[in-house]
Structures are given as structure tokens and as C-alpha cells.
Design a binder for this molecule. Sequence first.
Ligand SMILES: Nc1ncnc2c1ncn2[C@@H]1O[C@H](COP(=O)(O)OP(=O)(O)OP(=O)(O)O)[C@@H](O)[C@H]1O
Ligand SMILES: [Mg+2]
Length: 255
Amino acid sequence: MLVNSHSATALENNSSANKKSIIVQLENVSKVYGVGNTEVHALNDVNLTIEKGEYCSIMGASGSGKSTAMNIIGCLERPSSGKYYLDGVDVAELEDADLARIRNLKLGFVFQQFHLLPQLTALDNVMLPMVYAGVPKKERRERAMEALIRVGLEQRLYNKPNQLSGGQQQRVAIARAIVNRPVLLLADEPTGALDSKTTQEIIDIFSQLNACGITIIMVTHEPDVARRTRRVIWFRDGRVIHSHLAPEELGRGVF
Ligand SMILES: Nc1ncnc2c1ncn2[C@@H]1O[C@H](COP(=O)(O)OP(=O)(O)OP(=O)(O)O)[C@@H](O)[C@H]1O
Ligand SMILES: [Mg+2]
């Protein structure tokens, strides 16, 4: 595996020196969509703290608020009330442009449907976030190749998404998500569109990334996937009902 000294240093910083620092702090966060009769309370008074280096899964029934929580943590939406501190920064204080910059520099996103640009090669898809981050072209290329090698796609650099399997497309999406060296990787049902063998391969990659110090929060409906993480956060009706459940307890009918 080719990891240059620069990124290795960044990963070390994540994994050791700052291990106890808090990346995500939600304080009494609520989210209401719509008004009057159409009001939906997607999140109710959520309190959640996630430290650097954690690997968490979010579980819960459909409609329980998992994606809403991820969208707020990912600065794609703002809370209706309550406070959100991302890596110590009060998100409410930020203008939309600053929020977009923070999203690009501090966060990586992986979604169920990959969201790759179909006309671009794997390499170009992974280089894209660095264009917005202002990384020089030569470095963009080197870092994108490094990220694609990390997810095992060195043989597929110049393929477009429609020439790749679902699992390979998700690997490209993961490479794109880590290429700006985010403090936090957010994945909303990243294996939801994959078969069970490919799911295991993708989860192996997440485990390796976390072992290198990347903080990960992953929404999943699959107990087998949640069991591979180190903490399960359980949502029901827009509330966190458990957040310290050991993943091993998932199979024992606790719920
Ligand atoms: N943009 C929106 N406008 C109105 N209501 C919304 C919006 N987004 C989500 N909701 C509602 O908020 C609630 C929580 O939705 P959310 O998408 O967070 O659920 P989820 O736990 O991710 O579900 P799933 O497992 O099906 O993805 C649901 O009742 C949903 O209909
Ligand atoms: Mg969802």
C-alpha cells in the first residue's frame, strides 16, 4: 500500500495525539420539517458526542431520523433548534459559504447510490473534491491515485463508472470521500445496494480506514454491518434511545 509520509502524518495525528478530542457534539438538537398540519418532527432533542477515532453505526427503523441526523452532522442541513459543534466549531455561527468550505475540507461522504459523475474516469471523480479545495493539479493526481490504491482499485484508474461493478463504484466513492483527508467520514447505507460478499469487502475497507485513525459514522439497516463497528447508536422516533450498546449485543434480541 502506497501511503506517502504527508498523509501518514495526518492519519497519525488523528489516531493518537488527538484521540480524546470531540469531533461531533449535538446538544438538544431538533429538526422540524414543514409547518402546521404538515409538520414532521424528524429529530427530537438529540444529544450525541462522538470522539476522534470512533467507528459508530446508526441503526433504527425507516423514518426514525437517521439520515436527518447524518445531514445535520454533515452540515447539509441546519438544526431547527439546539447546538451543533463540529470539531469544536459552532456550526450555527457559519455563513453558508463557510459551511460549504468546511464540508469540503473536513468531511467525506459516501452514499448508497455512489453519486459518481458518469462522464468522468475513476481518477477524475476522485480528483474533483481537490479542485474545490484548491490543491495544485500535480498533487491532485498523486493523491487521487494514492486514495484509489488504498481501496484496491489501482487497475481501474481510467474506467468510467458504467465500466465498474457496484462494489468498485463504491470504492471510487470511498476514495473520493477520503482524498481531502477528512476529520470525519459519513456513510449513509453505503452497502444498501450491494450483495453480501461485496458488502463484506466494503466494510473491510471502512475497518481499515478506521484502524488508520479516520472517524466514521455509518447508517445501516444490516446487523451484520453494525456488528463490525465499535458502537451502535440506535434511533427511534427522532430520538437516540441507545448510544453505548456494544455491537455484540445486536444478535441477542436486545431490541
Ligand atoms: N426534506 C424533508 N421534508 C419533510 N419531511 C422530511 C424530509 N426529510 C425527512 N423527512 C421526514 O423526517 C422523518 C425522518 O426521516 P429520515 O430520512 O431521517 O429517516 P431515516 O431514519 O433515514 O429512514 P430510512 O431508513 O428510510 O432512510 C421521516 O418522517 C421523513 O418523512
Ligand atoms: Mg435514511
